[in-house]
Design a protein around this ligand. Structure first.
Ligand SMILES: *[C@@H]1O[C@H](CO)[C@@H](O)[C@H](O)[C@H]1NC(C)=O
Ligand SMILES: *[C@@H]1O[C@H](CO)[C@@H](O)[C@H](O)[C@H]1NC(C)=O
Ligand SMILES: *[C@@H]1O[C@H](CO)[C@@H](O)[C@H](O)[C@H]1NC(C)=O
Ligand SMILES: *[C@@H]1O[C@H](CO)[C@@H](O)[C@H](O)[C@H]1NC(C)=O
Ligand SMILES: *[C@@H]1O[C@H](CO)[C@@H](O)[C@H](O)[C@H]1NC(C)=O
Ligand SMILES: *[C@@H]1O[C@H](CO)[C@@H](O)[C@H](O)[C@H]1NC(C)=O
Ligand SMILES: *[C@@H]1O[C@H](CO)[C@@H](O)[C@H](O)[C@H]1NC(C)=O
Ligand SMILES: *[C@@H]1O[C@H](CO)[C@@H](O)[C@H](O)[C@H]1NC(C)=O
Length: 404
C-alpha cells in the first residue's frame, strides 16, 4: 500500500540527507496481504515495570556521522561457518537484504566493506527466485533518486547478538544502485511488521519469536547523538539502564506493515503550529523529519525563521549558513499528550552539496505523509513492540530539558 502512495508522488522523494529506508516499489515473489488491526484508544498507557525479558540480548551500534547523525548499524553473522557483516536495523522496512560477493557493479557495490560469500557456507540454499526493491534512499548529504536493490531469494543461518535463525529466508543482493555507495554498512535488516515482507515468509524478529528464542516480539533502540555514543539495540526486551522515565506506549496502525502512530500537535517553542493531528511513520532509517506537504513544512518554518526557504524542487529546505546562529527554536511533537522535543542544534543538517553557503534544515517536504526519523528518536529510548502492535518512548539522560 505504501508503495502505491510513494509512486504517485515520486518527485517528492528526491530528499537530501534522509535515508528513507522504506521500500517504495517491489516486485515480490509473493505479496503479503495487509492485515487491519483495530486501534486501541489513542491515549497512551504507561509501563512502570521494565520489560526485561529473560531472553533480552543487546548489541552495540556504530553511528554513521557525517556532520549529522545519519544511521546506526551493527554486526550480524551469516552462514556456516559464520561471516561477519554490518546492517542498519531499519524500522521502516521488513526484509533482510545482505550483499553477496557477486555484488560487484560499481558504484553501488564497489564500496561495500563486507560481502557474504555463499560458496563458503555449508548451510546456504537458494531459491533462484529474483527480487527487486526500490528504496527512497539518500546517503550523506547528497540528493538521491530512488535507489534499487536486486538479487535472489535465498536461505541461510543468520545471527544477531548470539540469537540464530537457521534456514532464514532473505534477499541476497547482487546489484544495488549508486545511492548506497557511501554507506558504511553492508546490508539492511528490516525490523517492521511482517505485512511489509516481500522476500521472506517471516521477519527476523518474527522467526526468533516463533522459535521461542525471545519472550516478547519486541526490541528497544537506544539511538544516540554522536556526542553521547553507546547506541544499542536490544532484542526480545528493553535495556532499562538506558532510560530514565516510564515508557509511554502509543497505538500503532500497522496496516502498511510499518510503524504508523498519530501525533496530536506540533509546537515550535511554546507556540502551536496549528498543524492538525496526523499519522506519522516512525522510521529509524530516515535521518531527518519529512512533512507531507510544503504547507506543513512552512507552518513550522514560519515560526522559526523567514530565512528558511526551499532550495530545490525536491522538498529540501535550507538557510544561509551564516544565519544558522539565529536559529534557536525547538520543535515538539505532542504524542499521546506527552511532549517529545527535537533540540535546536538539530535544525541544521549541514551544507548542501554544490551550495556550500546554504545549510540544509531539518524538515523536508513531500510524499503526502509524515515521517518522524532519527532526529527525534535519538533523544529518547524507543520500544518497537511488534507483538502488541504499539510503540513506546521513554526519556533518556540526554533528552531535551534534562542536563546532558
Ligand atoms: C566476527 O566478529 C567477531 C567479533 O565481532 C570476531 O570475534 C570474529 O573473529 C569475526 N569473524 C571473522 C571471520 O572475521
Ligand atoms: C532449498 O530451497 C528449495 C527451494 O527454496 C527447497 O525446495 C529445498 O527444500 C531447500 N533445501 C534445503 C536442504 O533446505
Ligand atoms: C546494476 O544496477 C545499475 C542501476 O541500478 C544498472 O545501471 C547496472 O546495469 C546494473 N549492473 C548489473 C551488472 O546488473
Ligand atoms: C490505518 O492505516 C490505513 C492505511 O493508511 C488506513 O486506511 C486506515 O484508515 C488506518 N486505520 C485507522 C484506524 O486509522
Ligand atoms: C494557532 O491558532 C491560534 C488560535 O486560533 C492562534 O492564536 C495562533 O496564532 C495560531 N498559530 C499560528 C502559528 O498560526
Ligand atoms: C514545494 O515547493 C517547491 C519549492 O518551491 C516546489 O518546487 C514544489 O513544486 C512544491 N511542491 C508542491 C506540491 O507544491
Ligand atoms: C510470537 O510467538 C507466539 C507463540 O508462538 C505467537 O502466539 C505469537 O503470535 C508470535 N508473535 C509474533 C508477533 O510473531
Ligand atoms: C516541551 O518540552 C520542552 C523541554 O523539553 C519545553 O521547552 C517546551 O516548552 C515543551 N513544549 C510544550 C508544548 O509543552
Amino acid at each position: 500500500m505504501s508503495s502505491i502512495m510513494f509512486l504517485t508522488s515520486k518527485s517528492a522523494f528526491f530528499i537530501v540527507v534522509s535515508l528513507l529506508l522504506i521500500p517504495l516499489f517491489i516486485i515480490p515473489s509473493t505479496i503479503a496481504t495487509p492485515v487491519t488491526i483495530q486501534l486501541k484508544s489513542s491515549k497512551s498507557h504507561v509501563s512502570r515495570h521494565p520489560l526485561l525479558g529473560r531472553s533480552t540480548v543487546s548489541e552495540p551500534l556504530a553511528d554513521w556521522f557525517d556532520g549529522t547523525d545519519l544511521q546506526w548499524y551493527g554486526d550480524i553473522q551469516v552462514g556456516t561457518p559464520s561471516q561477519n557483516l554490518t546492517v542498519v536495523f531499519d524500522t521502516g522496512s521488513s526484509n533482510v537484504l545482505i550483499p553477496s560477493t557477486g555484488c560487484t557493479a560499481n558504484p553501488g557495490c564497489g564500496s561495500l566493506r563486507h560481502k557474504f560469500d555463499p560458496s563458503k557456507s555449508d548451510t546456504f540454499n537458494t531459491s533462484n527466485l529474483p527480487f527487486f526493491t526500490v528504496f527512497a534512499t539518500g546517503t550523506g548529504v547528497q540528493s538521491s533518486d530512488m535507489e534499487t536493490v536486486e538479487g535472489i531469494i535465498v536461505q541461510d543461518a543468520i545471527s544477531v547478538a548470539g540469537l540464530t535463525v537457521d534456514n532464514f529466508q532473505f534477499g541476497l543482493i547482487q546489484n544495488q544502485s549508486a545511492g548506497f555507495a557511501n554507506d558504511p554498512f553492508d546490508g539492511i535488516m528490516g525490523m517492521a511488521f511482517s505485512g511489509d515482507l516481500t522476500v521472506g515468509t517471516n521477519t527476523f524478529l518474527g522467526a526468533l519469536n516463533s522459535t521461542g528464542q525471545v519472550d516478547q516480539a519486541l526490541y528497544g533502540l537506544y539511538l544516540t547523538p554522536e556526542s553521547i555514543g553507546n547506541a544499542e539495540i536490544s532484542i526480545g526486551g528493553v535495556d532499562a539502564s538506558k532510560y530514565t522515565s516510564d515508557i509511554y506506549y502509543f497505538p500503532v496502525n500497522s496496516t502498511t506493515g510499518l510503524f504508523t502512530i498519530k501525533f496530536d500537535s506540533v509546537y515550535v517553542n511554546k507556540q502551536n503550529t496549528n498543524i492538525t493531528s496526523a499519522p506519522a511513520i516512525i522510521d529509524s532509517g530516515t535521518a531527518n523529519i519529512v512533512a507531507p506537504t510544503n504547507q506543513t513544512a512552512q507552518a513550522i518554518y514560519s515560526l522559526i525563521s523567514p530565512d528558511i526557504k526551499p532550495v530545490d524542487n525536491m522538498g529540501t529546505y535550507g538557510i544561509p549558513c551564516t544565519k544558522l546562529d539565529q536559529l534557536n527554536s525547538i520543535i515538539s511533537f505532542i504524542i499521546g499528550g506527552q511532549n517529545y522535543t527535537i533540540p535546536s542544534q538539530e535544525l541544521s543538517v549541514g551544507p548542501i552539496p554544490g551550495q556550500p553557503d546554504i545549510c540544509q534544515t531539518l524538515i523536508s517536504a513531500g510524499g503526502g505523509f509524515w515521517i518522524i526519523g532519527a532526529s527525534l528518536l535519538k533523544y529518547y529510548y524507543s520500544v518497537w513492540d511488534i507483538g502488541n502492535v504499539q510503540f513506546g518512548l521513554a526519556r533518556t539522560a540526554h533528552s531535551p530539558g534534562l542536563p546532558f
